[in-house]
Design a protein around this ligand. Structure first.
Ligand code: NOJ
Length: 541
């Protein structure tokens, strides 16, 4: 599954923002790369307060991305190439420019229209304090006070993200009915499914109780800590069971994919029970340290948790919300994932990052389940870590009081042609975020057909993954020295060396594919993954 971030994929009209016609013109790239399906981040009409995750109209296309007819054409063009298409569904919140929110403001405190959102009176004298202590994911309070139609300061509304993203109230039947209708609207247009934004957030604890995570014991992978009142409430599952019934009523295979930052893996697995969603992003995997024990633990735990509910496991290393893995993996092992890097921060080593990223990717592509790629990672793109602060657009930067750089660094328009303006992103120089000067070397045309390039490593990996049916295989661990992971999936042996020293290839093993060159003695160097055909193998562990 390949994630397209429409703003930054390909720009057909030169306004510096990618668009649907641009995607259509570049679809053959995805066929050549060898993916099965694409997921498109939102392209709906939106004020773009959060790059389109603030939707003002769920049934149309924003003019910056094209027209509804372009969406139809994109679906047809993908289908004719054998590519499936998932669109992004944003049900936790609308944009504040959505007609429902306008009606809620106009209705005043007693109006029924307010009930579709989470409006409350404030605390303290004159209701001047927010109704509870919840913080927005982007920083600052999760509540904004409105001015009532009579001009007086009035109620507050909840927004777990930006002020421009009021949370919907999923207790309301008309909210539920509306989203079923939106699902049908896009299913009828021929989409193969939905990536569901903030799938763990729709239902809040009824009392909206205060939450002071700093007072609570920290939960970690494999443990279940106290559950915050705004996340992963049991009530969300009923919604997904309803939606599953809708999808199942359509011909062909249509899927729901949960974006749910939920740990441990067992709680995430609840989202992919047989009558709920089909897949859920495995962020515990994305966040696991680059070490043999950590990777072994997360892989085994993920496989067991999804097997328990009969769902495919998923694997993801990058997306539009996190530091690209070619940069993240260069940070000292065990560093918590930073929320953005700026010019005055220590700069990660791009050579080390890319080496580990390629090893991580080949490890991921050898695992059974669904692998999710983020546009540009097939080029080995690093994060833009020196983006000028004045160009930042992620609301995180302003809302955190400039404490967190945010996510712009992974959203920079991608390079296609080394010597073209905007590296071929668009017809001219325009690019909504500035591209780094050193990106020519990552451009697709510098890598296509070049043995050992990151692009060709991905392409071969994806071809073999398909040919060897790795996605539907199983993992059998094989004995290996400390610092090395070694396993079998079907006819393939996979070895990743996380240790400090090179390791010998297993006796008689034949090299099929590698994330980087072997050393002069034919050994697997540090931070390299190799795919092998069996030789004499030790017993299964
Ligand atoms: C998750 C999306 O991936 C992210 O980009 C967005 O900011 C939040 N949800 C809010 O919609």
């Amino acid at each position: 599954m390949y994630q397209i971030y429409p703003r930054s994929f390909a720009d057909s009209d030169g306004d510096g923002i990618g668009d649907l016609p641009g995607i259509i013109a570049r679809l053959d790239h995805l066929v050549e790369l060898g993916v099965d399906a694409v997921w498109l981040s939102p392209f709906y009409p939106s004020p773009q307060a959060d790059a389109g995750y603030d939707v003002a109209d769920y049934r149309d296309v924003d003019p910056i991305f094209g027209r509804l007819a372009d969406a139809d054409q994109l679906l047809a063009a993908a289908r004719s190439r054998g590519l499936r298409v998932l669109v992004d569904l944003v049900p936790n919140h609308t944009s504040s420019a959505h007609p429902w929110f306008g009606a809620a403001l106009a209705a005043g405190p007693d109006g029924q229209e307010r009930a579709r959102y989470v409006f409350r009176d404030g605390r303290g004298p004159d209701g001047a304090e927010p109704p509870n202590d919840w913080q927005s994911v982007f920083g600052g309070p999760a509540w904004t006070r409105v001015t009532e139609p009579d001009g007086r300061p009035g109620q507050w509304y909840l927004h777990l993200f930006d002020t421009g993203q009021p949370d919907l109230n999923w207790d309301r039947p008309e909210v539920r009915a509306e989203f079923v209708d939106i699902l049908r609207y896009w299913l009828d247009r021929g989409v193969d499914g939905f990536r569901v934004d903030v799938a763990h957030g729709l239902v809040k604890q009824a009392d909206l109780a205060d939450w002071r995570p700093q007072d609570e014991p920290v939960s970690g992978p494999g443990t279940e800590g106290p559950r915050p009142p705004m996340w992963d409430q049991d009530g969300v599952h009923e919604i997904y069971r309803d939606w599953r019934r809708v999808l199942d009523s359509y011909p062909g295979e249509r899927i729901l994919v949960a974006e749910a930052w939920v740990q441990p893996a067992e709680r995430l697995a609840a989202y992919v029970r047989p009558d709920e969603m089909h897949q859920a992003f495995n962020f515990e995997y994305l966040e696991a340290s680059w070490s043999a024990p950590a990777q072994y633990a997360v892989i085994t735990r993920s496989l067991a948790a999804s097997a328990a509910v009969g769902a495919p496991t998923t694997w993801v290393l990058s997306n539009h919300d996190v530091l690209r893995h070619a940069t993240r993996l260069a940070l000292p092992v065990g560093t918590p994932r930073p929320r953005g890097i700026g010019v005055d921060d220590p700069q990660p080593d791009p050579v080390l990052g890319l080496r580990r990223a390629r090893a991580a990717t080949l490890l991921m592509l050898s695992l059974p389940g669904s692998a999710y790629l983020y546009q540009g990672e097939e080029l080995g793109l690093p994060e833009h870590t020196t983006l000028p602060d004045e160009s930042r657009q992620d609301p995180t930067w302003a809302r955190s009081g400039h404490a967190e750089r945010g996510r712009d660094g992974c959203r920079v328009p991608i390079p296609w042609e080394a010597d073209a303006p905007s590296y071929g992103f668009g017809p001219g120089d325009a690019s909504w975020l500035p591209q780094p000067t050193l990106w020519a070397e990552y451009a697709l045309d510098r890598q296509r057909g070049v043995p050992g390039s990151t692009y060709e490593v991905y392409r071969t990996g994806l071809r073999l993954r398909r040919e060897l049916r790795l996605g539907t295989g199983s993992v059998y661990w094989l004995e290996s020295p400390d610092g090395v992971l070694y396993f079998r999936n079907g006819a393939l042996r996979v070895l990743t060396n996380f240790g400090a020293d090179p390791v010998e290839l297993p006796a008689g093993a034949e090299l099929v594919h590698a994330s980087g060159p072997l050393d002069p003695d034919g050994r697997v160097p540090t931070d390299v993954t190799v795919w092998l055909r069996p030789g004499d193998e030790p017993g299964e562990a």
